[in-house]
Design a protein around this ligand. Sequence first.
Ligand code: AMP
Ligand code: GLY
Length: 426
Amino acid sequence: MRVLVVGSGGREHTLVWKIAQDKSVEKVFCAPGNGGIREQAEIVNIKADDIAGLLNFAKENKVDLTIVGPEAPLVKGIVDSFLKEGLRVFGPTKELAMLEGSKVFAKKAMKKFGVPTADFEVFTDANKAKDYLKKKGAPIVVKADGLAAGKGVIVAQSVEEAEKAIDDILVKKIFGAAGNRLILEDCLEGEEASILVFTDGKTIMPLVTSQDHKRIFDNDKGPNTGGMGAYSPAPVVSEGIFNNIIEGVFKPLINGLANEGKIFKGVLYAGVMLTEKGPMVLEFNVRFGDPETQAVLPRLKSDLVEIMGACIDGSLDKINLEWDKRPCLCVVAASRDYPGPYEKNKEIRGLEEAKKMWDVVIFHAGTSLENGKIVTNGGRVLGVAGLGHDISSAKKKAYDALDKIKFDGIHYRKDIGDKAIKKNDK
Ligand code: AMP
Ligand code: GLY
């Protein structure tokens, strides 16, 4: 089988790394890829949102399966375009990608199908939004409706901060058309976890749980990032909570949509806040998480393309998922000053030595190959994943490997997994 993976981050390197090991896969392409992906795949110089370019490439190169990593091409309708041409592609159609592409669509679907989520109102008018804000007070959460590269959610601690966010989104249009509407939502408290399922629209097959670390500094301090590390499983998600999320979130949503003829095929990700009142959904993503994938897929023993094929064909009920029982923990190494503006083109040393370590995998994100050297090319540069018999030993593996890797300005959190380790020690 010839497979094309679309995207260029750590998530896509993980997908490529996993798929290249599948028995039925003879060739992997990745568009546009990064400096590390070329070890397992042929790099294709087409951007992830160039749907026409990707479609042509898939046809000309007899690609049997295309796997879409990031949300933007899904929301733009890449799956619809491929299906129209009779090509196999893993992911939801544009209509259902709106679960991520429009927070208003997602909240309305949750309300309709009884999925627990924070109370909310939708606004297009800044004055009406501010009237509601005055009634509600702070803290409150302001969310731009559309895709905003992870920056469209403001957890406002004061009314003034929320007013500014309303003006930024609805009046100044800092997110463009993604801010034509916004949501004001009750602020929830609790620990967050990422729950993902494979689905063909009928069968729901959960992946193992994971937890992201969104802030740049240790102890969840500093600004939000794309994700600074992850581990799997997340012990905060007990078996009872897990079942509650499958039964109370995924089943009503996926079955409810299917009853309306909207068949979700692909991987569906719920970002859940574990509140005192039970799990509440913060957001849906219609794709794998980044960096959760780097901690989850090293634990998957089953053939990934077979699972994806079953999602497409509606035969997921015939599949069994097999997982490595050992936890996996991934630490992200970032460029100096990320998530602000950062420098690129710093040579990365020590990769070969780190890669040789047992039960360690190095996933590239913002890297490129320049004159035979791997250099930094993004904010989040590498994900270093370790497997161990418990989360502490997985953590030690990942950090021992990271010790060997050097580049000018390297920054990483030292506390990935600590919440889970404390919980397990209790
Ligand atoms: P989202 O993109 O909706 O997941 O939001 C990004 C982040 O904002 C989440 O991971 C949470 O940390 C935070 N967040 C979103 N919604 C809420 C909420 N209702 N209450 C508290 N924090 C939230
Ligand atoms: N880790 C958060 C995300 O993938 O959206």
